[in-house]
Design a protein around this ligand. Sequence first.
Ligand code: UDP
Length: 380
Amino acid sequence: MSDTGGGHRASAEALSAALNTLYPGQLNISIVDMWTKYGVWPYNRLVQTYRFLGRRPLLWRIAYDLGRIPLFRRLQEAWCGLLCFAGVKRCLTENKPDLIVSVHPLCQTLPLRVLKSMGGGTKRVPFVTVVTDLASAHPTWFHRGVDAAYVPTEALRRMARRQGLKPEQVRLTGLPIRPEFWCTGAPPTKAKARARLGLLHAAPTAVIVGGGDGVGRLSEIAHSVADQLSADMPLSQLVVVCGRNEAVRAALQARPWPPNVQVTVLGFIPHLDMYMAAADVLVTKAGPGTIAEACALGVPLILSSFLPGQESGNVPFVTEGGFGTYEHRPRGIAHAVSALLLDPPRLQEMGRKARSAGRPRATLDIAADLVQTMLPPVRQ
Ligand code: UDP
């Protein structure tokens, strides 16, 4: 994987937890940011590049679309191979895997090429991809040379087939999400979650999050929402999770807020599940991980932005699923948040639909299948 955004590592850790739950003490699992640790410049700067592009949607769109042009892709892959083949080979020889699981769209082509070049004698190392995008994905996710590709939605199953994968290679399972979302039985009630977090017990509550990197105009959105809530109801609360975006967190913590809105500004929160469970509504960019987690907990969504291409399909997935709306302008988002908080029956109905779109068992299902893929001597 590579640590671009928060979702890939979150998915890798989720799979690791599920594997350890099913086979405690029997597996040795390494999660490796392949490009940062084994790549050379510019590939070892992928994380920083992603962060830079994530804040500039137009540039992101150009980079994303260039990667869809087959000729450009081939040239890029050839160049990358020239620079990074030796590093990726070192990654494989150092880790000595019995199974390789890729959870990143840019971790297919070169590792598969290196693997092929290494032969393997009688022991062949299976290679699978677990797609961590939700309802739209970049073509680089789908490589015909994999043993299996696990996809979260029907839209991506169809896309995998269009990219030339055979029906038996594609497995529709759901998106891996962290154990907090699947292993503790029933999720905590709002009351319990709010009590544990020291939040107001009965106040209508909105949580705003912008993925692991805290992207998507968090500051403007938080201010519009706070002003709207202050005007529309006597008391409410707002939690703003800035992720790793320290600049936004510092700016928001320094600003004054309306007296009748209790505002909590946070940085990166390892246990976001508790804040999601406390929320009546979650405002987020259309990140696949956050959407899948909200579904598992039955939390209605307001999507505030999406990364063109990679996250565009997630918007209709949510809006057509009936468990969220999409609003781009901060004022529109603020109106939508307030209208929802003032309409508990609608919130309840959306929460029910969110839960029915969730696949909380996906992580365990994938983990069980991964071990099956690793066990038998698959190819001579
Ligand atoms: N996340 C977290 N703490 C934070 C902010 C985000 O644990 O403070 C997690 C969130 O729960 C989700 C992931 O980071 O699992 C974000 O993934 P998503 O696919 O939504 O967006 P990305 O950051 O990958 O673009």
